[in-house]
Ligand binder design. Sequence first.
Ligand code: ADE
Length: 251
Amino acid sequence: MTRNIGILGAMAQEIDEVKALLTEKTTVKIANREFVVGKIGNVRCVVAFSKWGKVAATITATLLIQEFAVTDLIFIGTAGALADGLKVGDIVISKCLVQHDLDARPIISRFELPLLNRTYVNSDPELTDLAGKAVKRLLERGVEHMVGEEAVKEFNLAPTLHFGDIASGDQFINSNEKREEILSLLPDVLCVEMEGAAVAQVCLEFNTPFTVIRTISDTADHNARVDFGKFIVEVANAYSRAIISEMFQLF
Ligand code: ADE
């Protein structure tokens, strides 16, 4: 089957540069969302801003699958680090996704997806492997090729790549108490964000392979060391473009 890859970004700015990679572009508007349809190299794709949070991302992912018939879905964005040793600029690729704010106890256990009989959704091994290969190649070339030397200095970037669990919920996590609570209940989670596990559930139900790629923008605690807006524009945007561009060379 010819691939038609859906690419979702959690922030509009995170995918601006990805959109710039597309040729033969057309834009379609549905439900207050813009879907940019085109090609990267010879591979067909559709790029959209997911909007923030689980419900918004669910709507966008469902539209990508139903209206644009995407065969695979890649989610790219930022996340707050939970695991020790993760630092701003590091990249996390999902092994599996969990919703840290889902709790239908006492009917089913905490975090379990209602009527799906599971808590975690695995990302697609092939897509995850391709994403890993793409990031490894980029990091071998040096992060300054992705973002420029100024941003490397400003944000003290020395990125490393990690594979593991990602937790999503409808909250921006920025307190020690909340981050410790999530970690105590879900100790294998590397980072938190607000969309990935919702997109994973959509993909599970539609049987669509997916992967989630997240750049660490903060440590999900009181330490607002990084100007989030600046990080998105100067780092996350450039990472997204480089990773997607490299990944598409592997399809
Ligand atoms: N996305 C980036 N950082 C995040 C955080 N700390 N919590 C939730 N989503 C995020």
